[in-house]
Design a protein around this ligand. Sequence first.
Ligand code: GDP
Ligand code: MG
Length: 162
Amino acid sequence: RVPVLAIVGRPNVGKSTLVNRIIGRREAVVEDVPGVTRDRVPYEASWNGRAFTVVDTGGWDPDARGMAQRIAGQAEIAISLADAVLFVVDAAVGITDADEAVVRILRKADKPVVLAANKVDDARTEAEAYSLWNLGLGEPYPVSALHGRGSGDMLDAILKAL
Ligand code: GDP
Ligand code: MG
């Protein structure tokens, strides 16, 4: 069976943009309006000759109700079905309460986690990414899903986790 990577994180951190970067195609829907990716959407990917499935999830607002709560539930299901998790945060914004809530759920899930500090478009933002060691999830990988910066190192770490 091909290993499965779930991509989780709160809305608008760039999960779908990162999915497109990983699969090398523009198939996941990227939106300026949060909450566009609703369910678990699988995509076939490969890196260094190893195939894996990437599952994009909708935005994860732990305090949400109604539709948004359903989206959060989908992310939790995605984690339970995955072999490893790519947790995406926005390094330009920093850690929010919603991010912290996701971290708690990740700890409980006890799956290998790769931490992506997205929106590190230039060297200036990189210092921000390294403060994410504090989350206790291991090495933060600074990436720019938009420009591709840092994605090779992140993908190497993903292969090790899968
Ligand atoms: P999602 O809700 O987590 O799936 O986030 P999206 O992938 O839909 O992206 C949300 C917004 O962030 C869009 O406007 C993207 O263009 C933008 N974005 C994503 N990745 C980056 C990045 O690396 N750098 C910058 N500057 N913007 C990004
Ligand atoms: Mg999305």
